[in-house]
Design a protein around this ligand. Structure first.
Ligand code: G3D
Ligand code: MG
Length: 190
């Protein structure tokens, strides 16, 4: 496969305070560029990386936690080629709420069932009451039943925006899956 340029719109999803903004900022490091701040409660920022010698521009959409307006959310999800679904390992409810986020993404993306990755964030705070890794793995195995027809599996990783654990790995993983879907035509360009 020859190298190419990709522009990937990705939605960061998950309950308030799970670490969406922190993970995005950690991934962007010094190259952070805030492109656009909308008054409607969502914003995006872009970040360039190289994946398998392709030049990849991530356009990362981030929703302010308190935003519940349907119209904003439809615009937020529209055109997303993938989703980064984040829960806080120390808050079980944020894990249980993932299903609603995923359904909303797939319903509103305009591209159907797009690739997603599930991240259990704040791994640095994990204790015996936290959501356990095997529960995350069971969950993505069940989700993969729904995505297999599109030719991709759903992966699970534990991350920490505080220590940087798996942050680059997670973005690279979802980037790779989207590039793969675009080149095989399982993700529609429009
Ligand atoms: P959100 O964008 O999903 O709403 P934020 O979440 O990124 O604003 O993070 C919410 C709070 O959790 C922040 O704390 C942030 O510092 C903290 N946080 C995010 N990720 C991690 C992590 O991996 N480990 C730890 N220990 N904390 C994390 P404050 O105190 O600023 O509200
Ligand atoms: Mg935020």
């Amino acid at each position: 496969m020859t190298a190419a340029n990709y522009f990937l719109k990705i939605a960061l999803c998950g309950d308030g305070a799970v670490g969406k903004t922190s993970l995005r900022n950690r991934f962007m490091g010094r190259g952070f560029r805030e492109e656009h701040l909308m008054t409607i409660g969502a914003d995006f920022a872009t970040h360039d990386v190289e994946i398998d010698s392709n030049k990849v521009t991530f356009q990362l959409w981030d929703l302010a936690g308190q935003d519940t307006f349907r119209s904003v959310r439809a615009r937020f999800f529209r055109g997303a080629m993938g989703g980064i679904l984040i829960y806080d390992v120390t808050r079980r409810q944020s894990f249980l709420n993932l299903t609603r986020w995923i359904e909303e993404l797939w319903r509103n993306s305009g591209r159907g069932v797009v690739p997603i990755i599930i991240l259990g964030n704040k791994a640095d705070l994990r204790d015996s009451n936290s959501v356990q890794v095997d529960q995350g793995i069971k969950y993505v195995e069940a989700l993969t039943q729904k995505t297999r027809a599109q030719g991709f599996n759903v992966h699970h990783m534990e991350t920490s925006a505080k220590t940087g654990l798996n942050v680059n790995e997670a973005f690279n993983q979802i980037g790779r899956q989207i590039i793969d879907g675009l080149s095989r035509g399982t993700i529609k360009l429009k």
